[in-house]
Every structure is written in C-alpha cells, then in structure tokens.
Design a protein around this ligand. Structure first.
Ligand SMILES: Cc1cc2nc3c(=O)[nH]c(=O)nc-3n(C[C@H](O)[C@H](O)[C@H](O)COP(=O)(O)OP(=O)(O)OC[C@H]3O[C@@H](n4cnc5c(N)ncnc54)[C@H](O)[C@@H]3O)c2cc1C
Ligand SMILES: NC(=O)c1ccc[n+]([C@@H]2O[C@H](COP(=O)([O-])OP(=O)(O)OC[C@H]3O[C@@H](n4cnc5c(N)ncnc54)[C@H](OP(=O)(O)O)[C@@H]3O)[C@@H](O)[C@H]2O)c1
Length: 446
C-alpha cells in the first residue's frame, strides 16, 4: 500500500485529507495517510495561542494571529462549495467575521470528514531525507508528549506547513540603541498593550494595515506606518501618519528616508515571513519569496525535481481555503495515479509560462485575477465542485478598493454568498466600535 506523509494540519493539510476522504466516499481506494501536526489541535494559523516564543514543549509557536483579529477579506471569498457558512451556522452571517468564527467553520468541516484518525497531534517532524535507491522519504519525528523520536518511511511527502510563521526581520542602524520595545508581527498579540503609546509600524502589506488599525482601535496615541511603498492615504485619522522607509534609530528617535524624525515608544515590524523548512534536507527544500507563482512547482504544487514531493499553500494569498482545496484535489489525483505528471521539460515549460504572466502583473486587480485564473484552471482538472471564480474575483477587487479607501470601515460592508446567493447581514456595531469580537451580535437573521 502506498504511504503518504502530510506535514501540517492547518487549512492546507486538512484540505488534502478531506480530498482523500471524498475519493474514498466515491468508492476509490486511498493510500495509507499519516499527518504529523506539531500542535495539539487542527487549524494551523487559526489555532491561536496567547504564547509567544515557544510552546509548552519548547517548540517555536506557530500562529502569528492575535486577539481581536478578524478576517481581512470577505468570508464569501474563502467559502467552501461543499460546506457553506450557512450549512455551518444555519443562517446567514456577516461577511467579515472574527477569527473564532472562521476557526469554528474550518475545523467543523474537517471534523465532519472524520480525518482525526490520520492525524498524529503533538508530533513534530524533525528531519526528512529522500532515499533514491528505495525511492522513499525517511521521516524522523518527535512525539512531544512521550518524548520519543522515531523514523518511518513514506512514498510521498506533502509539505503543508504554511509560510507565515518564521519572521523576516530587517536590521536597521541603531536598533540596539532604541529605548522602546521592538517586536515582529509574529509576536503581536493584543493592541491594548499599545494604548497611549506612539507606535511605529514598519511594512506596507496586510499585517502593517491591520496591526495599524488595531492600534488605532484600541487607543494608541500616535501611529506611523513606514514603508518602501507609497501607501493609500485615504480616510486615516490624523494621528495615523504614513512615512517612507526607516533609516536610523537612536534612543527614542526614529529617522526616515526623507530626513524627518519622530519620537516613538514601540516598534512593530510587519516585515513579512520566510519560507522556512529546517526539517527538510537541503535537496528537498523549496526556495522562494512570498509570490503568486512559485518557480519549480508544477501547477503550484508538484516539485519539478522530485515527483514524490508536493507543497501546498506556498503562494501569496488573495484566495486561501478554496485554493488549498483545489491544490489538494490535484495532488490527491497525482498521488493516486489518476493524473500522471509530464516530463521535466514539460513541467518547466508550463511553469515558465505562468512565471512570465506573473512578471507582467502590475495592479492589485491583475494579481487577483491571476490567482483566480489559476484556481479556475486547477479546478477544471479534478472533480472538485465548480466555483464562480469571476464573481469572487469581483468581490475581492471591490473589497480591496474599499479597504484602500476606508481602512477602518471596510469590514462594515457585507456581500452575498456566491454559493447560496443569500446576502450577509450586518453586525449591530461597526467594526471600529466592536471591542469584544461579539460573534453573533447581528442586526438581522438571528
Ligand atoms: C496574522 C495572519 C492573519 C491571517 N488572516 C487571514 C484571513 O483573514 N483570511 C485568510 O484567508 N487567510 C488569512 N491568513 C493566511 C493563513 O496563513 C491561511 O488562512 C492558512 O492558515 C494557511 O494554511 P496552511 O495550512 O497552508 O498553513 P498554516 O495555517 O500555517 O498551518 C501549518 C501547520 O503546519 C504545522 N507544522 C509546521 N511545521 C511542522 C513540523 N515540522 N511538524 C509538524 N507540524 C508542523 C503547524 O503547527 C500548522 O498547524 C492569515 C495569516 C496570518 C499570519
Ligand atoms: N486577517 C487579518 O487581518 C490579517 C492581518 C495580518 C496578516 N494577515 C495575513 O498574513 C499574511 C502575511 O501578511 P504580511 O503583511 O505579514 O506579510 P507580506 O504580505 O509578505 O508583507 C510583508 C511586507 O513587509 C515589507 N518589508 C519586508 N522587508 C522590509 C524592510 N526591511 N523594511 C520595510 N518593509 C519591509 C514588504 O514590503 P516590500 O515588498 O516593499 O519590501 C511587505 O510590505 C497575509 O496572507 C495576510 O493576509 C491577515
């Protein structure tokens, strides 16, 4: 019997296990599956912990999420076609839910798929080597509860460990002399800690926007976002300013590229994450930055250099849960032999084509459509339920414009589910006024 090792039971790993379960329910035979998960529960990033640094076993804390985080895109854009939010909650719910709602939805779908039997919780994969003579992977793992290390061999390895957990931390002149606190977004847990403070946020992407908004909502005295990019200025309150990149620090003073300075109490580095696979031997490691099309991965998942090795969810993400599903259905079909991989030359030619398209992308709209097209083409190749990608592209584009123009208010808009056609209701309170993440505080439908 073919043996498959999946590393990670976050949304991507869960998608693959559910893909195999769906095949089995269709009467197909499936391989032996083992999923190694270093945390005590499913959910990946969505499995929030108050901890920073290390977990109770001394392992690096995986999740970069924080208290009071809400979905940063409409939930209708990540809704599973085989399990809608209405299926889960029994009624329509607002488009931008707090973390707990998404976690509940994600984990319930997985639980209904009865995949727990495949998951070894509190098992961290320490080292994987490929044995070319045997054509197997030697997977060495650590059972954290029993403090026991073992090695097992597998025919396929699927890496679903995410890529928003190991911080990318820049060095800035004078950092050692700065008198305030400096953390990376990975260790940010609660904006209330910054109440009354002058906070510098470094970075120009989602974390910078949302952590800035959180600091604003929970009472920071002043917020400065410093970025390489020219960010949207619209509708920020006066005490939230935008500055060019940070060049120097000393004591409590920070200096920017335009020569201006500011006095700051705390710095939060929202400078992104590294694709980091210390548990894989060098020849198995994927090397990439955070981007939409990844070199050396056929259809974004299958390694050019080893047909038994796959990665899930390694792209930058406008689409998330449904993209992981589409990738998982594809990978399942490759592993089960329903789909065969072409020659190395053909895989390289195909990847190059998409890389060329990626190179030509200029606007955020184009980037969303690019990923939507990827998803559409991937779905067409398996029996995954079809999704109205064009409608979701439009929703993502609308939400993105709205977020650019109204950073503190974009979560108050609601959309209709593409799956059910039903509109989503609004909360009684606006996002900015809702300090408790009250989940079922709905205006209607309840
Ligand atoms: C702060 C933040 C907010 C986000 N908000 C949103 C949002 O609002 N909407 C959205 O769609 N997406 C959001 N995302 C993106 C998020 O990454 C995806 O939604 C999703 O969690 C990715 O799933 P994944 O399974 O690929 O990776 P992860 O969720 O990271 O899961 C990887 C799993 O692998 C396990 N693992 C890692 N290494 C090992 C090992 N060596 N051995 C065993 N197990 C291991 C981890 O414990 C983890 O459970 C957010 C990400 C961050 C960082
Ligand atoms: N639900 C939510 O509200 C929420 C909140 C936070 C994050 N997220 C998710 O988390 C994921 C990661 O987002 P992210 O923003 O952390 O990472 P990211 O999208 O990879 O962005 C990293 C940012 O850091 C900047 N940067 C890198 N090095 C820098 C340096 N030396 N100096 C200044 N800036 C630097 C980059 O700018 P350059 O490219 O110009 O270098 C980029 O703007 C995304 O999927 C996002 O959706 C969601």
């Amino acid at each position: 019997m073919t043996k498959v090792a999946i590393i990670g039971a976050g949304p991507s790993g869960l998608s693959l296990m559910l893909a195999f379960r769906a095949a089995q329910q269709n009467g197909d035979s499936i391989p032996d599956i083992v999923c190694f998960e270093k945390q005590e529960a499913i959910g990946g990033q969505w499995n929030f912990s108050w901890r920073t640094g290390v977990d109770p076993f001394g392992e690096p804390v995986h999740s970069s999420m924080y208290k009071h985080i809400w979905s940063n895109g409409p939930k209708e854009c990540l809704e599973y076609p085989d399990y809608t939010f209405e299926d889960h909650f029994g009624h329509a719910t607002p488009s931008f839910p707090p973390r707990q709602v998404i976690t509940d939805y994600l984990c319930s779908r997985a639980t209904k798929g009865h995949i727990d039997e495949w998951i070894r919780f509190n098992h961290v994969v320490r080292w994987v080597e490929y044995l070319p003579d045997e054509k197997t992977f030697a997977v060495s793992y650590h059972d954290l509860v029993n403090d026991h290390q073992t090695c097992e061999h597998y025919d396929y390895l699927v890496v679903a460990t995410g890529h928003f957990s190991t911080p990318s931390i820049p060095d800035v002149e004078g950092m050692d002399d700065f008198s305030g606190s400096v953390i990376h977004a990975h260790d940010f847990r609660d904006a209330r800690h910054y109440q009354g403070q002058r906070v510098l946020i470094v970075g120009g992407s989602y974390s910078a926007e949302d952590i800035g908004s959180q600091c604003c909502k929970f009472g920071a005295e002043q917020i400065i976002t410093s970025s390489h990019k020219k960010l949207m200025q619209a509708n920020r309150p006066d005490h939230w300013q935008l500055k060019p990149i940070l060049t120097k620090l000393s004591d409590d003073t920070v200096q920017f590229q335009d020569g201006t300075t500011a006095n700051i109490d705390s710095i939060i580095l929202c400078t992104g994450y590294r694709h980091h696979f210390p548990f894989l031997e060098e020849s198995l490691r994927l090397k990439t930055r955070n981007r939409l099309w990844i070199p050396n991965l056929y259809w974004g998942v299958c390694c050019h250099w080893n047909p038994q090795l796959m990665y899930l969810g390694m792209q930058d993400q406008s689409y998330s849960f449904t993209m992981f599903d589409a990738q998982a259905w594809f990978v399942r079909d490759v592993i089960s032999g329903k789909r065969s991989l072409p020659s190395l030359e053909e895989m390289q030619r195909h990847t190059l084509l998409w890389l060329e398209k990626e190179k030509r992308l200029e606007t955020d709209e184009e980037k969303i459509r690019f990923q939507g097209n990827y998803l559409k083409e991937l779905i067409q190749q398996t029996n995954y339920p079809s999704i109205e990608i064009e409608a979701i592209n439009r929703m993502l584009i609308d939400f993105m414009h709205n977020a650019h123009w109204n950073i503190l208010g974009y979560r108050d808009k609601n959309y209709a589910s593409v799956m059910t056609g039903n509109p989503s209701p609004s909360y009684r309170l606006k996002w900015f006024e809702n300090m408790t993440d009250e989940q079922l505080d709905l205006n209607s439908s309840n």
